[in-house]
Ligand binder design. Sequence first.
Ligand code: SF4
Length: 323
Amino acid sequence: MGKILEVKNLKKYFPAKKSFFGRAQEYVKAVDGVDFHIDYGEVLGLVGESGCGKSTTGRTVLRLLDPTEGTILFEGQDITHFNKKQLKSVYKHMQLIFQDPFASLNPRKTIGATLEEVFLVHGMKDRAERRERARELLEMVGLRERDMDKYPHEFSGGQRQRVVIARALAVNPKLVICDEPVSALDVSIQAQIINLMMDLRERLGLAYLFISHDLRVVRYVSDRVAVMYLGKIVEIAPVEELFQNPAHPYSKALLSVVPALKPGNRRERLVLKGEVPNPVNPPSGCRFRTRCKYATRECSEIEPEIKPVGNGHFVRCHLYNSA
Ligand code: SF4
């Protein structure tokens, strides 16, 4: 299959406090050494509590934010330091869908004009051809030709997200980064949009990086899932392997709220104690140690590395060091 995206030691720090002379003294370490890959046609879910760095990871991978350190390989090409002109060719194949479709659409442009603009930017000069392609795209996402002349406010939230998906697909992407794509929608509409996205994945062979706090949705859409805590991936595994056998103490607590697939297999609900530590000064050693009931002295002194535990499953925890 091969890798469409490979991310190595990705870091994104934001200045938190400046000195009298305006130089940054402290940094919010939003993403602090993240490694993962996505295969062609694969869906990788990225989960974690609010503020864990999952959205910043998505935006940095897409180069909407400049990385502080690390490497981003897209189709084998190092795009870490691409300039705007070079990124234009990358955005033909990598697109973003995010939470608030209303904010991402120009309220003064009809949907037809919005879609046509994308084709124009990417070199489609013939107006009739642009219009025809816009009509095809709307049909593909379940809207109608007459919707082309409507403005964003004339659509429901679910329809607007369909338009945003159509716009993302306008350039024939191979990878779509989806940041909480359905969390702003009514629950009844969420399933329709998720099913549309999965249908498009099948038809077009798309890969997704699916960022969400909604574990049930992530379980439904993903092939593999990565769990993030305080700027680091603490566990990554094939989806059912992770949901049925979570290994990291943080993942166990996070996933304990998801009902078991078989009604008889009830699992104990684990409550996460304490607050997420400040990402300006994360705990020494293992970042989860301040909330972990298994923490030992080793955990405060040595940062665990991510290690394989079998079945394509990787865990960052000293409890699994001998594996
Ligand atoms: Fe808990 Fe230690 Fe594992 Fe961290 S390394 S999750 S503190 S047992």
